[in-house]
Design a protein around this ligand. Sequence first.
Ligand SMILES: NC(=O)C1=CN([C@@H]2O[C@H](COP(=O)(O)OP(=O)(O)OC[C@H]3O[C@@H](n4cnc5c(N)ncnc54)[C@H](OP(=O)(O)O)[C@@H]3O)[C@@H](O)[C@H]2O)C=CC1
Ligand SMILES: O=C(O)[C@H](O)COP(=O)(O)O
Length: 478
Amino acid sequence: MAKNYQFYINGEWRESRSKESISILSPYLHEEIGRVQAISQDEVDEAINGAKLAQKEWAQLSVRARGAYLYRWVDELLAMKNEIAQSIMEEVGKTFNDAVKEVDRTADFIQYTIEEATHMQGESMWGENFPGGNRSKIAMTNRVPLGVILAISPFNYPVNLSAAKIAPSLIVGNSVIFKPATQGAISGVKMIEALHKAGLPKGVLNLVTGRGSVIGDYLVEHPDIDMISFTGGTVTGQHIAKISNMIPLVMELGGKDPAIVREDADLVFASKQIISGAYSYSGQRCTAIKRVLVNETVADELVSLLKEEIESLTVGSPEENNIIVPLIDDKSADFVQGLIDDALTKEATLVVGNKREGNLIYPTLLDNVTTNMRIAWEEPFGPVLPIIRVKSDKEAITLANASKFGLQASVFTKDINKAFTIAPQIEAGSVQINGRTERGPDHFPFIGIKGSGMGTQGIRRSIEAMTREKVTIINIYE
Ligand SMILES: NC(=O)C1=CN([C@@H]2O[C@H](COP(=O)(O)OP(=O)(O)OC[C@H]3O[C@@H](n4cnc5c(N)ncnc54)[C@H](OP(=O)(O)O)[C@@H]3O)[C@@H](O)[C@H]2O)C=CC1
Ligand SMILES: O=C(O)[C@H](O)COP(=O)(O)O
């Protein structure tokens, strides 16, 4: 019988008084791999109250003392590496190798976060610098925690994207309510088991499980939540932004990252970057390349190189480390298939793919995609890539910016002057010159604009987002 995973509240693992649990099906084993608690609103209240109380003492510790707990978390995570990786693989269908990398990346993330916070200092200002001011007034600013942070994460990086919220919150003295994606909650439970083993004081982090559609609004609207760090779909993010209580929000949402390929690009190099950017983990990355805007003079050559690369992609079970794996569920596969069908009906050219076995969609490349097709604008979160042929850089920039999203973009060119002319004109948080779109390294600022989010993540920026400045002014008198 599949294991029933408990939720974590005030230092204890518990079953919900609701007596309800949610079945977690593996996207490739197609069987139940466990159940997680569907907790009640009373239990949400209890978790938030506990976190609120615990935060006061936690914030009194020095940054080094809090860091000591987090260093122990790193040790425990690494000790559980294979178990957590197995869970990521079974729960979200990521290859075992990538799942191991996700745990390693998380350990590195937490360590860097501790080090960064340890080296962050406040500043002082002298009154005399402003007209009429004098030297007897000195302001000292330092950063203080916000209180209780609500961390809501998506399914696709269930450990790394959760730790990317939890570690910066904790190191600066906040407490955390962690709401993992339901498909991802078992991996979330395991990473918190590691934190429990590290001896984290009770209540400093409480893990709540349950469907976002059931407990999400209650969490978001709760008066004792002081900040929300959310990663997930744009529709969910916009809903949260509308209903939350005038508290700071950091939102990492969907994307439609373009790869702009100029006529002078190294096409062999660009095609390899585009393939890895578009198809890794079957395109289930917010930063995946989700459209190619290629100059028509080199489009045939690029398409032929991409086709060759796609034909070498392995397809199948994540247990055999295939690149293309089944999508998270049937609904997602139906959505991707709908985008492919729409494009083909409107006379896109099928270069390769459009083959499906249940929720396994084979890598698909569509050429001659035009702006009346849904795939030109919508985020598939699956292994399908549209090629849009353009006549000029200007047209590529216009199309790039016509998207409602603005996460990242790539520009492939050998002309650095052109690269630096195009990059500032692109409406996106980051522009990669001659590289695939990607988040890492994780200390770089990570920004979504327009429908791709608000606020900035990246280790230092996340720490800043989870604190506010506090000013103490000394008035010297003689
Ligand atoms: N910009 C970025 O950095 C990233 C963006 N994403 C985006 O995330 C999407 C895929 O992730 P997915 O998990 O499907 O996204 P969802 O938006 O469906 O879910 C994200 C999280 O929000 C929760 N949730 C759902 N409804 C509510 C609510 N009303 N209030 C509070 N929380 C709620 C979900 O819980 P539950 O699972 O229980 O429904 C889950 O924990 C893609 O669009 C992708 O682009 C993904 C990764 C990174
Ligand atoms: O949210 C995502 O999809 C990931 O943060 C992307 O990370 P990556 O670019 O390093 O895969």
